[in-house]
Design a protein around this ligand. Structure first.
Ligand code: FPP
Length: 239
C-alpha cells in the first residue's frame, strides 16, 4: 500500500479477468473450479479498490461470446454471480459501494436478472465507489445499441443528424455517467481487448500480466496501480 501515491490514483480501473479455465486445467480440476477461485479474487479486488479509494471499478464478468460456452459452464457462472450478489450485499451497503451492470441484461436468466436489479436497487445510495459488472456485454454491441437509440431519436425528429456529437453518443451508451477507464488490467497474458469497453478505452493505459485471474493477488493489483502512476499520459497531445 505504501507504493501507492494517493494523490495520483486512477479514477476508474477496468479489468478483463482471464485465465480461470487454465488455472483449473493446470490442476486437473473442472473449469468451474477455476471460476469459483476467480470469484474469490473478485471479492478481494473489490475490497482493495474500496480501501485504496478508487471510485470506479468495472469487471468483465461475462462477455457476449461467453454465451457460446456449454450450458453447464454458463449455468455455473450465473450461479457464482448470484452467490456473489447475495454474499456481498451487506459489505457493499456498509462500505458505500453502488452496484451497476452494463450489457444486454435482458438475455440473463430471470433469477439472475431479478437478483441483479434488486442488488442494484439496494445499493443505489452508495456514494464511495461504483462497482460495474459487464454482463452479457460486448463493446461493439454497446455501440450498436447506442446508434439504434440515436437513430430512433432522429426518426422521431427529436434530433438532427448534424447534432450527433461525442456527448450525444456517450449519453446513449449503457452507463453514460461512467468516466472512461484510466487503467485497464488484463490477466493471463493475452494481448487482446476482446470486445471490452471499445468506445471508452481510447486513451486508457493498459497493464497486462501473465498471472491467471485466480492467482491475481492484492500485491499484484497494487503493483499495477503503482506502474500506472509512473506512466506519462498525454492523451494524444505532443510534449
Ligand atoms: C475468463 O476465464 C473468465 C470468465 C469467462 C468469467 C469471469 C468470471 C469470474 C471471475 C467468476 C464469477 C464472477 C463474479 C463477478 C462473481 P476463462 O474461462 O476464459 O479462462 P481460460 O481463458 O483460461 O479458459
Amino acid at each position: 500500500m505504501d507504493s501507492i501515491d494517493k494523490s495520483k490514483l486512477p479514477t476508474h480501473v477496468a479489468i478483463i479477468m482471464d485465465g480461470n479455465g487454465r488455472w483449473a486445467k493446470r490442476r486437473g480440476l473442472p473449469r468451474v473450479r477455476g471460476h469459483q477461485q476467480g470469484a474469490e479474487t473478485v471479492r478481494e479486488v473489490v475490497r482493495t479498490t474500496r480501501q485504496i479509494g478508487i471510485p470506479w471499478l468495472t469487471l468483465y464478468a461475462f462477455s457476449m461470446e461467453n454465451w457460446k460456452r456449454s450450458d453447464l459452464e454458463v449455468r455455473a457462472l450465473m450461479n457464482l454471480l448470484e452467490q456473489f450478489l447475495k454474499d456481498e450485499l451487506e459489505e457493499m451497503t456498509e462500505n458505500g459501494i453502488r452496484l451497476k451492470a452494463i450489457g444486454r441484461l435482458e438475455k440473463l436468466p430471470t433469477s439472475t436478472r431479478k437478483l441483479l436489479f434488486e442488488t442494484m436497487d439496494k445499493t443505489s445510495q452508495g456514494e464511495d465507489m461504483t462497482l460495474t459488472l459487464a454482463l452479457s456485454y460486448g463493446g461493439r454491441q454497446e455501440i450498436l445499441d447506442a446508434v439504434r437509440k440515436i437513430a430512433v431519436s432522429v426518426e422521431k425528429k427529436k434530433i438532427q443528424p448534424k447534432e450527433i456529437d461525442h456527448r450525444l453518443l456517450v449519453n446513449a451508451l449503457y452507463q453514460p455517467e461512467m468516466p472512461d477507464p484510466d487503467l485497464l488490467i488484463r490477466t493471463s497474458g493475452e494481448y487482446r481487448i476482446s470486445n471490452f469497453l471499445l468506445w471508452q478505452i481510447a486513451y486508457t493505459e493498459i497493464y497486462i500480466t501473465s498471472t491467471l485471474w485466480p492467482d491475481f493477488t492484492r500485491e499484484e493489483y497494487l503493483k499495477a496501480i503503482a506502474e500506472f502512476q509512473n506512466r506519462e499520459r498525454r492523451f494524444g497531445a505532443a510534449d
